[in-house]
Design a protein around this ligand. Structure first.
Ligand code: C5P
Length: 406
């Protein structure tokens, strides 16, 4: 049984999808999991504690202060005992509470007190899911290391309503829970290690108001930094301008230009490993104007360029500060593996993570990535997966490569 002995705490918040949580409990239990349940007050408007008790075999927890109940084990124990806490359905309101660290009932207090992995299966009306406040909350929770299963697209409970917001089906939530428990790096996989990550684009000024940049979103680099921190590493993230929140538990240094990125990266050394996921501009404007360039009829400005420092190559060749493991990324549109091998030599790094950015792939700005880990001796090709999964796989591989002692 895949979940044999695993302890899952399921929080059921108040939404019509709560009826599916009964099936979720059954699916988890038939896989060997021990399931405890907390129901919010609103959840009890949709399904009864009696029904939940019948499928779990024990009474669900409902009250923060339940001193009279002899079964009360206290919110701190509830928060620390499980291997994972799943919230299904997670309502917009519940997510907002989580973002703000509020603890005004048992469910929110337990989530505030926990150091366990948290997985949310949102369920709400599509307008609520699309609302800018919910979008901000999802981003913040992801930066805090919370993972999401769904929501799915389809018909809503309210007749005539369609869109993204349906809670994922129980089996999909079970799959996400299993992935969380088994595919993520162990919480101490990188304990005692220091990892430096570069992420995002650089911005090279033309004049005080204009610049040259690229479409890098920083999603892959930020996911790597967050995952390394979750695996116990001390992480310094050197980030170009991105619209992502700083990952929790990571020291983030914000830079704009390639020169600043090199300076900040060197300043973050020594480290055990460095991951160069940033899309650094190859050139900067050599004749940067100190005042805003004026438009004049019939006159076009001429820009001249200077080569930017290659941060990856510079750090790879550092005489005394080179991390034990130096990893570069390569965005290629053709001859992926060959070009990655050539890049290994040219840059002097240990691994190149090559991805195909030819038209039609979602690498730039998207949430998925298909990568090949190229070393002098091997090529490891991974199937298309989310940038989160790529980050989890890479951090596990890095942990295996760095081994025990620093
Ligand atoms: O040469 P290319 O840009 O394809 O190499 C990509 C790799 O080199 C990435 O890891 C990127 O972060 C790094 N790089 C760098 N400094 C540059 C250019 C690229 O660190 N100036």
């Amino acid at each position: 049984m895949p979940l044999q002995g695993k302890k899952i705490l399921l929080v059921i918040a108040g939404g019509i999808a709560a009826y599916k949580s009964l099936d979720l409990i059954r699916r988890l239990r038939e896989r060997g999991a021990k399931v405890r349940v907390i129901m919010t007050r609103a959840a009890q408007e949709f399904i009864t504690p009696l029904a939940v008790g019948a499928v779990t075999g024990e009474r669900p927890f409902t009250e923060l202060f339940d001193l009279a109940a002899e079964f009360d084990i206290g919110h701190i124990r509830l928060a620390r005992e499980p291997d994972l806490i799943a919230v299904a359905p997670a309502t917009a309101d519940f997510m907002a509470k989580l973002v703000h660290g509020r603890g005004d009932d048992l469910a929110s207090t337990v989530l505030l007190a926990t150091d366990r992995r948290i997985l949310l299966a949102p369920a709400m009306n599509p307008a609520m899911w699309a609302n800018p406040a919910t979008r901000r909350n999802v981003e913040r929770l992801q930066a805090d290391g919370v993972t999401f299963a769904g929501p799915d697209a389809g018909e809503m409970a309210e007749s005539g309503e369609r869109g993204v917001g349906r809670m994922s089906e129980p089996l999909a939530i079970v799959a996400a829970i299993e992935k969380n428990l088994f595919d993520l790096p162990a919480r101490d996989a990188l304990a005692g290690k220091k990892i430096v990550v570069t992420s995002g684009p650089t911005r090279e000024p033309i004049d005080p108001v204009r610049y040259i940049s690229n479409h890098s979103s920083g999603k892959q680099g930020h996911a790597l930094a967050r995952m390394a921190a979750q695996a116990g590493a001390e992480v310094v993230l050197v980030s170009g301008p991105v619209s992502l929140p700083d990952p929790s538990g990571v020291k983030t240094i914000h830079v704009e230009t390639a020169a600043q990125m090199l300076h900040a990266t060197e300043g973050a050394l020594p480290a055990d490993a460095a991951i160069f996921a940033a899309a650094v501009a190859d050139w900067r404007v050599a004749n940067e104007a100190s005042q805003k360039m004026k438009k004049a009829a019939g006159k076009l400005p001429t820009l001249s360029f200077a080569e930017n420092p290659d941060i990856l190559a510079t750090i790879s060749r550092h005489s005394n500060l080179r991390p034990r493991l130096v990893i570069g990324f390569a965005a290629e549109t053709e001859n992926l593996i060959e070009n990655a091998r050539a890049k290994l030599l040219k840059k002097g790094c240990d691994w190149i993570v090559a991805n195909d950015v030819s038209t039609g792939t979602s690498t730039f700005g998207g949430t998925s990535n298909e990568v090949h880990i190229v070393t002098q001796a091997s090529v490891d090709s991974w199937p298309m997966q989310t940038k989160e999964s790529v980050a989890a796989g890479l951090i596990k591989k890095i942990a295996a490569s760095l081994g025990g002692a620093r």
